[in-house]
Design a protein around this ligand. Structure first.
Ligand code: ADP
Ligand code: C5P
Ligand code: MG
Length: 239
């Protein structure tokens, strides 16, 4: 019988009771896919727990991360957590941070990592799933180190959607979802942020041998045909 570990998130200290603490450290790329571990319950009895399987989904603004995540969800049963969506949702429920988040998004900047990590960890801990796509995170070295420090976890796989700037600009300007940041002025700033702060994280995972680079040019289905085998290869383990 599967048992999920409930957790309470603590902002400043590593939350040792989080389900994320079940992710083994320092695993080589694809060494483990949703492993089972034995964990003591409150009454001291050992029970099986599935460790979370974490995929970071990276790429510039408009590269198609969200679109491909929906396809992975449909085909492989992952839970999709977009950092941008979590931050936008927070603006309607958290008056304290609303202006700061909106201003940062409008300026194409990056929201302080502790807040974003808190939102991601909260979403993971309140999910019954164990397979997660964390989309648009980490967007900076600070994001990356805060996630590792706060959760004690590392991603199992990192997908990178590689897309030329002109194509990203075209897609963002025709997205038409009423977003504060889908305009040419903010887009220029987002591209600068991507080059200065996000590319170093992508290089970091490449050097670690965890990065899977996907050519984001082509129809949505053509791009997904590159993504599918990544997950299909491990379907048995993640089902
Ligand atoms: P991201 O999450 O990386 O910012 P989205 O998935 O929201 O990107 O895609 C940005 C826009 O481009 C959306 O309007 C989406 O419908 C469109 N789009 C996504 N993938 C493709 C593709 N392969 N070709 C053309 N347009 C795409
Ligand atoms: O990924 P998405 O395009 O939805 O992100 C929108 C904005 O949300 C980013 O440009 C950035 O301002 C903010 N964001 C952030 N930190 C993240 C993800 C998104 O500050 N890790
Ligand atoms: Mg998106």
């Amino acid at each position: 019988m599967w048992r999920r570990v409930a957790s309470v998130f603590t902002l400043l200290a590593p939350s040792r009771s989080s389900v994320l603490n079940k992710v083994p450290h320092n695993l080589k790329f694809l060494e483990v896919f949703a492993t089972e571990v034995m964990t003591p319950t409150e009454d001291g009895v050992l029970s099986k727990v599935k460790t979370p399987f974490i995929t970071f989904v990276l790429g510039g603004p408009g590269s198609g991360k969200g679109t491909q995540c929906l396809k992975i969800v449909e085909s492989f049963g992952f839970t999709h957590l977009s950092a941008g969506d979590l931050l936008r949702k927070e603006t309607s429920t958290n008056a304290k941070f609303c202006d700061m988040i909106n201003d940062t998004i409008k300026e194409g900047g990056i929201v302080p990592s502790e807040l974003t990590v808190k939102l991601i960890q909260g979403a993971i801990d309140s999910s019954e799933n164990y397979k997660f796509l964390i989309d648009g995170f980490p967007r900076s070295e600070e994001n990356r180190s805060a996630f590792e420090k706060i959760t004690g976890a590392e991603p199992n796989i990192v997908l990178f959607f590689d897309c030329p700037e002109e194509e990203m600009v075209r897609r963002v300007l025709s997205r038409n979802e009423g977003r504060l940041d889908d305009n040419i002025d903010t887009m220029k700033k987002r591209l600068k942020t991507f080059t200065a702060l996000s590319l170093p994280v992508i290089n970091y995972y490449s050097e670690k041998g965890k990065l899977l680079k996907i050519n984001a040019v082509g129809t949505e289905d053509e791009v997904f045909e590159q993504v599918r085998p990544v997950f299909a290869k491990y379907e048995k383990e993640i089902r």
